[in-house]
Design a protein around this ligand. Structure first.
Ligand code: GUN
Length: 291
């Protein structure tokens, strides 16, 4: 029997813990605060940011939301970040990616105070992660570690294949998988658009993490029996629905399910964990900054 991993259930368990931690902080007169900044007209980005703000509200974290027109100069975003860096009520700052082409992503990430960088994208935090001394683990890879742990999937000594080399998921995921300790110790291969024979890599994997952003690129024929499949893709594809699109992952679910031991669905798999770990990092940020 294939286990369909329930990301909502695992996310809710983590969120309950974060809510308890938030209550304790509030009783000590520290209300964790998360600022989200959206500089984009993209509908999906708008949805993600509003889900993050909604999670804050449910947990008791104070949300601050800033929207900047996508055609404003980069300076507008930088001065918003500067203000948030200096605001003691704000413990975490998240600038939703991607930012418009005229804004240099790296300048944005470096502008955020590393102590408030709850995404874990600032070079200082990336360096700490690689060094095995993470301050804030990036939310999606951290959430995937939680999914594997909760599903009873050992990583130690296993062959893990990460498909996709993004700064947000692929690179930090691979880094976490090769770290010493629980959730790590995996022999890890990172595949990408120039990989010569992707199916050969995925067929030899015990764990496949699909994070390339290409709809249904991995199907059952590319997997061996017993693989754990984690699908990070959330792709909008045109469909005859009320919204005019449907969400599909990077994995072709029906055929992959026939091979996998355990698989995450889209939606309801990795997505809820990304938000839960953002809440976790925000509570941690508040705790670190109040200590
Ligand atoms: N865009 C897609 N995923 C993320 C994320 O985890 N953080 C930010 N800031 N932007 C994203």
């Amino acid at each position: 029997m294939t286990t369909i991993i329930d990301g909502n259930e695992i996310g809710d368990q983590i969120t309950d813990g974060v809510a308890a931690c938030t209550d304790t902080l509030i009783s000590e007169d520290v209300t964790p605060g998360l600022a989200t900044v959206l500089m984009s007209d993209d509908g999906a980005s708008e949805t993600y940011v509003s889900m993050k703000q909604q999670a804050c509200e449910e947990i008791g974290i104070e949300g601050f939301h800033h929207e900047i027109n996508a055609d404003e100069p980069a300076e507008t975003l930088f001065s918003t970040i500067d203000e948030l860096n200096g605001d003691p009520a704000v413990h975490g700052i998240l600038v939703q990616m991607p930012v418009p082409d005229h804004v240099n992503k790296r300048d944005v990430l470096e502008r955020i105070d590393p102590m408030k960088d709850v995404d874990g994208f600032h070079p200082e935090n990336v360096g700490r992660l690689v060094a095995g001394n993470a301050r804030y683990k990036p939310c999606t890879p951290h959430g995937i570690q939680k999914i594997l742990a909760e599903t009873g999937v050992e990583t130690e000594g296993k062959d893990a294949v990460v498909v996709g080399r993004s700064d947000i998921v692929g690179k930090p995921m691979a880094n976490l998988l090769i770290q010493y300790g629980t959730g790590g110790n995996a022999t890890t291969t990172v595949c990408h658009s120039r990989t010569a024979d992707l199916a050969e890599k995925t067929r030899n994997a015990d764990i496949v993490i699909a994070a390339a952003g290409v709809p249904e690129m991995i199907d059952g024929s590319m997997l061996s029996e017993g693989t754990t499949v984690v699908d990070v893709g959330i792709n909008r594809v045109d469909a005859d629905t009320e919204k005019g699109y449907e969400l599909v992952g990077d994995v072709e679910f029906e055929s992959a399910k026939t091979k996998a031991d355990a698989i995450t669905p889209v939606p309801g798999g990795v997505g809820p964990l990304t938000i839960a770990m953002l809440m976790y990092n925000t509570a941690k940020a508040a705790s670190l900054q109040s200590g």
